[in-house]
Design a protein around this ligand. Structure first.
Ligand code: NAG
Ligand code: NAG
Ligand code: NAG
Length: 388
């Protein structure tokens, strides 16, 4: 949420033909509208058409609609376009147990709290099946990474996790630590591995749990980020846990810069072959997720297309683990464009998790806390369409 967005996404040039999987149309698109041989320009939505393998039919499926479509589940494109897939994980970040960053251990009910299970129940009723539960490592293991757990914090965290998974949903266990422990970059990969062996051991029999190695590594050595992720994977597997693992990259795990900053992450290995690349993407000018203003109605797709191509080229799958937009129509179009793109590329994108729900977000611009959070009020009717 803090990455800086260095423009450049519009530097498409005047290529005669768009490359494989490249953009080839959409509202305001000024680049090539035909594809290299073997690919057909295929309408995805009003803001985005893409070069998909296959030879062209009698006419290209490129459309130039000028008005936004109403958001209904049945209007996902003309017949003959690629069949939209289904996203496996769609849900809401549950943020609150990590509140009070820097104040450790802090006071329950004052510095931090835990997500509201009744709010989670409401969201499950809306159709969401995935909740990323943020917590702080300093509260869970107060003394050292390899040390013992704080029983009270673990119990409270486990109650939330169990509530989610007993309801049939997926709980993503997210140490919201930015690759740091007490503000110091974690460099001891063995200790990090042990931390994960210990934590995964607590959830080894809960098949609806997903492990997220750490939230938003940033301004760290790139090889260290790779090694920490691999250490987490090794630690989790050493505990005997077989669930999915979400890995995150450097530079706040931004999708827009993934193909230039995090390419070394391709080397991660998992004996279970259950790695999912978690990327975050906000739609404001600097991708930081601090403004309710989105750059344009097209920005959602534009910021993730490079990551889509990277995942596919490398045979990987990913998830947008944090995203959001302000409660206004430009953001709504950008969010819809992003989600349509993920769904249409569901061979590589497995889902999307909104930032964020949690009882203490008050009038936060993206709050997805029922019943009246700004994001929940404005986006629930759109977002829940992607749960089916
Ligand atoms: C855990 O939650 C209980 C309330 O259910 C609270 O009294 C206690 O202080 C909490 N402890 C921690 C460490 O979060
Ligand atoms: C990375 O992705 C962007 C789109 O987000 C694209 O313009 C750029 O060409 C890609 N770079 C590489 C090295 O693949
Ligand atoms: C985008 C956003 O608002 N991020 C906030 C999420 O919550 C953390 C605390 O957990 C804040 O530090 C971020 O600014």
């Amino acid at each position: 949420m803090k990455s800086s967005f260095l423009a450049g996404l519009f530097a498409v040039g005047a290529a005669a033909q768009s490359p494989a999987w490249g953009q080839c149309g959409g509202k305001d698109w000024k680049g090539a509208t035909t594809c290299v041989s073997g690919y057909t320009c295929t309408y995805s939505n009003d803001w985005y058409s893409q070069c998909i393998p296959g030879s062209a039919g009698p006419s290209t499926t490129l459309r130039t609609t000028t008005t936004a479509k109403p958001s209904t589940t049945t209007s996902s494109g003309p017949t003959g376009t690629s069949t939209p897939g289904k996203l496996k994980w769609v849900g809401i970040n549950q943020s609150s147990a990590e509140f009070g960053q820097g104040t450790y251990p802090g006071i329950w009910g004052k510095t931090f709290t835990f997500p509201s299970t009744s709010s989670i129940q409401t969201l499950i009723g809306d159709g969401y099946n995935t909740f990323r539960v943020c917590f702080s490592m300093e509260r869970l293991v107060p003394n050292q990474l390899t040390g013992s757990f704080d029983d009270g914090y673990l119990r409270n965290l486990t109650q939330v996790i169990d509530y989610i998974t007993n309801a049939g949903a997926t709980a993503v266990i997210d140490p919201h630590n930015y690759g740091r422990y007490y503000d110091n970059i974690i460099t001891d990969t063995n200790a990090f591995k042990t931390f994960w062996t210990n934590l995964a051991g607590k959830f080894v029999s809960n098949s609806r749990v997903v492990f997220d190695t750490n939230n938003e590594y940033n301004t760290m050595d790139q090889t260290l980020v790779l090694n920490l992720n691999q250490a987490a994977i090794n630690g989790i597997r050493a505990a005997g846990a077989t669930q999915y693992i979400f890995v995150e990259g450097n530079a706040w795990t931004g999708a827009w810069s993934w193909n230039t900053t995090n390419t070394n992450m391709v080397a991660l290995t998992d004996p279970q072959n259950k790695i999912v690349y978690e990327m975050h993407q906000y739609l404001d000018s600097d991708s930081s997720g601090t403004s309710a203003t989105c750059v344009s109605a097209q920005i959602g797709v534009q910021r993730v297309i490079g990551a889509t191509n990277w995942l596919r080229a490398n045979g990987k799958v990913g998830i947008i683990g944090e995203f959001a937009g302000g409660a206004n129509s430009v953001c709504q179009q950008a969010v819809k464009g992003l989600l349509d793109h993920l769904k249409e590329n569901s061979d590589v994108w497995q889902g999307a998790i909104w930032w964020a729900g949690g009882p203490w977000w008050a009038d936060y611009i993206y709050s997805f806390e029922p019943p009246s959070g700004t994001g929940y009020s404005y986006y629930n009717s759109l977002l829940k369409q992607y749960t089916v």
